[in-house]
Design a protein around this ligand. Structure first.
Ligand code: GLN
Length: 488
């Protein structure tokens, strides 16, 4: 069952080939057998999942099934789930049971989707390797010594090993696209505001966006349709109608103008990754698209800009974790100040503290103009670069990451090297654009992703390009050795 895409599983449920209870049971068994090697799940909700699957089967028997009814999915542990631990990968929230569902969770549940569990992630989504999690690193199913990427590394590893056919993720600077690239999965980060952030634990509010990690672009289109749309509970969610994303699939790429950003082909790009990218461009050309060069002159400033804006917003968002209202509380405090200090000191890990300190610094009097305000100005320049490029082309392509997956432990003590992993993805968040990563080949046995970037709210065109590419190639169908067999 698990070698099929979500769309294929939906068809099998519709045709009565198996029930949702059987399907969900199969994935739960895979998690039980395989996850000890990967550490992709923080929580597995077996009983609730089986119960929800039986309800889905009941609904289907009574003619009340929708296109997603009975399909299993895993949620990144950043999404609040009613009555279930929502840790955000942090000791701070290790004891937090959410009293409500995030809008993403609620909408998918209403569409009949069955939650298998909650996936591991970098602490508060800060990281590119899943090594900052309180629950320990996630392993890459393609090589257990390598990172799966981050921060949605648990979701990516779960889908790559087909312990779930699909998963949710979030992307502030690359956290869906980068792990998708490193695990041979399809990652979609929609336009900022396309999907509600309500109930998604905030890291950097002007950059955070929910999306999907799936086995195909078609699967992403299925899920996005159910997740997207205006939410009165999120004032930054857009009042833009949600098109039928599946309807947009299948359109010829003939005449499509695709821009290759010159600045993406820099010295940092591994020659193996560059060669794989070249082959992917040939496939797109073969499908009728015209690939032309475009320039994003300020894109080189995106990593430093991001590391001012994101920490600034994080320092403000994470002030709510004070040992009183949520989560971890230090034992035997001397007084209130000691309670605050030790709860935060003991509850947060090193990377989160580094961000809070940086963010507090760049927002403080005397430094605000020099750092935060300046970063906001540069952010506008980067967004302007993309807008100028989109006057010439319909989509922009480039690599998702500079290299394939790196060794666990290789970069964890060197934050700046770690930050540079997102060099090709971060600009997209600063500009609020939708982006995808699509499997496009292997370097030394490790998967590589093709990044495709669209204009605001142009997810339909983006998904169609990815879908047409996947009709022509089978990279996305490849599964890691040792994780494809049926569980015993
Ligand atoms: N790796 C980047 C960071 O550490 C992006 C993370 C994300 O997109 N959540 O901030």
């Amino acid at each position: 069952m698990h070698t099929r895409t979500l769309a294929e599983l939906a068809a099998a449920l519709r045709d009565g080939e198996f029930s949702s209870a059987e399907l969900v049971g199969h994935y739960l068994d895979r998690i039980e057998t395989l996850d000890a090697r990967l550490n992709a799940f923080v929580t597995v909700t077996r009983e609730q999942a089986l119960q929800a699957a039986r309800s889905a089967d009941h609904a289907r028997a009574h003619g009340q099934a929708g296109p997603l009814t009975g399909l299993p999915i895993a949620h990144k542990d950043i999404f609040c789930t009613e009555g279930i631990k929502t840790s955000c990968g942090s000791r701070m929230l290790d004891n937090f049971v959410s009293p409500y569902d995030a809008t993403v969770v609620r909408r998918l549940k209403a569409a009949g989707v069955v939650m298998l569990g909650k996936t591991n992630m970098d602490e508060f989504a800060m990281g590119s390797s899943n090594e900052t999690s309180w629950y320990g690193p996630v392993k890459n199913p393609w090589d257990l010594n390598k990172v799966p990427g981050g921060s949605s590394g648990g979701s990516a590893a779960a889908v790559a090993a087909r312990m779930a056919p699909a998963a949710t993720g979030t992307d502030t600077g690359g956290s869906i696209r980068q792990p998708a690239a490193l695990t041979n999965t399809t990652g979609l980060k929609p336009t900022y505001g396309r999907v509600s952030r309500y109930g998604m634990i905030a890291f950097a509010s002007s950059l955070d966006q929910a999306g999907t990690i799936t086995a195909s672009a078609e699967d992403a289109a299925m899920l996005l349709g159910a997740m997207a749309g205006h939410d009165p509970r999120d004032s930054t969610s857009a009042e833009v109608p949600v098109p039928d994303y599946l309807d947009a699939l299948g359109e010829s790429l003939s005449g499509l103008r695709i821009g290759l950003a010159r600045e993406f082909l820099d010295d940092g790009l591994d020659p193996g990754n560059a060669a794989v990218l070249e082959q992917a461009l040939d496939v797109l050309r073969g499908l009728g698209a015209a690939v032309v060069e475009v320039s994003l002159p300020n894109i080189g400033l995106s990593v430093p800009t991001y590391y001012v804006v994101a920490p600034a917003e994080c320092s403000s968002n994470l002030s709510r974790f004070d040992g009183i209202r949520f989560g971890y509380r230090a034992e035997d405090p001397k007084d209130l100040t000691d309670l605050y200090k030790r709860s935060r000191g003991e509850g947060f890990g090193a990377e989160v503290k580094r961000r809070i300190i940086t963010g507090t610094y760049v927002l403080s009097a005397g430094y605000y103009d020099a750092y935060y305000l300046k970063a906001q100005r540069v952010r506008q320049l980067i967004a302007g670069d993309f807008q100028r490029a989109f006057e010439e082309v319909d989509l922009i392509v480039g690599p998702t990451t500079p290299t394939p997956a790196f060794d666990i432990g290789a970069k964890v003590d060197d934050p700046v090297t770690m930050y540079l992993n997102d060099i090709y993805t971060i600009g997209v968040n600063l500009a609020g654009l939708p982006g995808m990563s699509v499997p496009c080949g292997f370097v030394d046995g490790l998967p590589v992703g093709l990044q495709i970037i669209g204009n605001h709210f142009d997810e339909g065109r983006l998904l169609n390009a990815a879908h047409m590419y996947q009709r022509e190639t089978d990279w996305h169908r490849r599964l890691p050795d040792g994780f494809s067999p049926e569980p015993a």
